[in-house]
Every structure is written in C-alpha cells, then in structure tokens.
Design a protein around this ligand. Structure first.
Ligand SMILES: Cc1cc2nc3c(=O)[nH]c(=O)nc-3n(C[C@H](O)[C@H](O)[C@H](O)COP(=O)(O)O)c2cc1C
Length: 221
C-alpha cells in the first residue's frame, strides 16, 4: 500500500501535527506500507504540485490542528484547489487527523462532519477521522505524559498498514474524552483561580508583551 501525507499545520516542521504523524508512520512503516510523500500545506506556492499528487494517490491522510473550531486557512485553501476534481476521485481513499488544544473531543466534531461530507463530494472513499484533544500538551507537558497517546497513534498506523482501514476501536480510544463530566467543573474553577490552568498561555502572553490586554474586547467598544 502507498500513502501520501499532508500536514496542515502553519507550524510545519515544528508542529504537534508532525509529532502525531511521525508516531502514526512509525507503525505504518513496520508493515509493507510505503510513504510516497509528506507534504507541508504551509508551502502554499507548491499547492499545484500537491493537488496533482493528491489526485494521483490511492491513500491520503491529512492532519491539521483545530483553528477557531475549524481549520487553518491554508488547509481550506488547499481543499478549494480540489474543487475541479469533485465527484471524480473514487480512486482516492481519504482519512484525517484533527487535533486540538482543548482537551475535549467535542470541539472537533463539527469539522469532522464537514470532512465526511467533503470526502463524499470529492467522490473519495472516506477512511475516517481521528480526533484528539489536549495535544498542545506535547509542548507544555513533560514528555512521558503523551507516551500512551503516541503509542496509540503508532498502533493505529501499524493497523492501517496491515488492513488498509483506520481502526474504529483505536479511533474511539484516542478521542474518548468527549466532554468533561459536570463533576469536573468545580475542580476546574479551583485550578483556574490558582493560576495553574492558564500558566502555559499566560507565559506565552507575557513573552509577547500582551499579558495586560488579555481581557480586551476591541469589538465591544
Ligand atoms: C490561531 C489558533 C486558533 C486555535 N483555535 C483552537 C480552537 O478553536 N480550539 C482548540 O481546541 N484549539 C485551538 N487552537 C490550538 C491548536 O489546535 C493546538 O495548539 C494544536 O495542537 C496545534 O497544532 P500544530 O502544532 O500542529 O499546529 C488554536 C491555535 C491557534 C494558534
């Protein structure tokens, strides 16, 4: 089996998407599977070449981060380039990995529905969408914290290489934190008031000299 991979993160080589894809491919490459190319959609000047490669591929995985409950603009720009081929891509089997900063999978469900519809409009065979929340912890947390998640991606890749399918059980396991139970809310409030919950983002705001404006509401004024 041959697989073409698209990384839709604006962070490109430094992205969390890349870390997840590498874990997936580590498993996939244990099988007879071959990777024809890993494309970075941030290289928008190369989109023509990438479109050609997409339409000629038999298996495609597109991974991207959730941006504002949807997708980065460069992913949308690439998808729009596929418009001339709609309904004609029955030879392409298409799967997605959508990962987000918020830990709950529910944030990705709207875009998952869109991706299902997109696949059918293009005429592709839909392989499924892997949804995973809390992925920004790859940067902010200690390394071991993500070991379990990454080994699930590796298993998913290996299984994909052997069966040609994205295993439903593994997808469900990866996205199982759908919504925090109400019970968590008081605990999250305490963590929030202690400053622990926002420490990662507050650090980023301070680094960029915008901490004092963190509650600004420019559109309300
Ligand atoms: C502009 C922007 C918008 C984002 N919007 C969301 C969002 O709506 N929901 C969410 O859970 N995470 C959101 N995130 C967090 C990213 O999805 C998360 O950090 C992801 O792991 C980044 O992956 P990458 O390194 O592959 O780009 C956003 C991040 C940025 C920079």
């Amino acid at each position: 089996m041959r697989l073409t991979v698209f990384n839709g993160s604006p962070r490109g080589e430094n992205s969390n998407s890349k870390v997840l894809l590498e874990a997936f491919l580590k498993g996939y490459l244990k099988t007879w599977g071959k990777v024809t190319a890993v494309h970075y959609l941030r290289e928008v000047r190369d989109h023509d070449v990438m479109v050609r490669h997409f339409i000629e591929s038999s298996n495609v995985i597109i991974a991207f981060p959730l941006y504002v409950d949807s997708m980065p603009a460069l992913v949308k720009a690439f998808i729009e380039r596929l418009e001339p081929y709609k309904g004609s891509l029955e030879g392409v089997r298409l799967g997605f990995v959508v990962q987000s900063g918020f830990p709950e999978s529910i944030h990705c469900r709207a875009v998952e529905k869109y991706l299902f519809k997109l696949s059918s409009r293009l005429g592709c065979q839909y392989l499924g969408t892997v949804v995973r929340g809390g992925v920004e912890s790859i940067r902010s947390g200690p390394g071991w914290i993500n070991n379990k998640m990454l080994s699930s991606f590796t298993r998913l890749g290996e299984n994909f290489g052997r069966t040609g399918q994205l295993d439903r059980k593994l997808i469900n396991r990866l996205s199982k934190r759908e919504l925090f139970p109400n019970l968590y809310i008081p605990l999250l409030r305490i963590l929030n008031s202690s400053g622990l919950l926002g420490s990662f983002w507050n650090k980023r705001l301070k680094e960029n000299n915008v901490y004092s404006g963190r509650f600004a509401r420019p559109y309300q004024e």
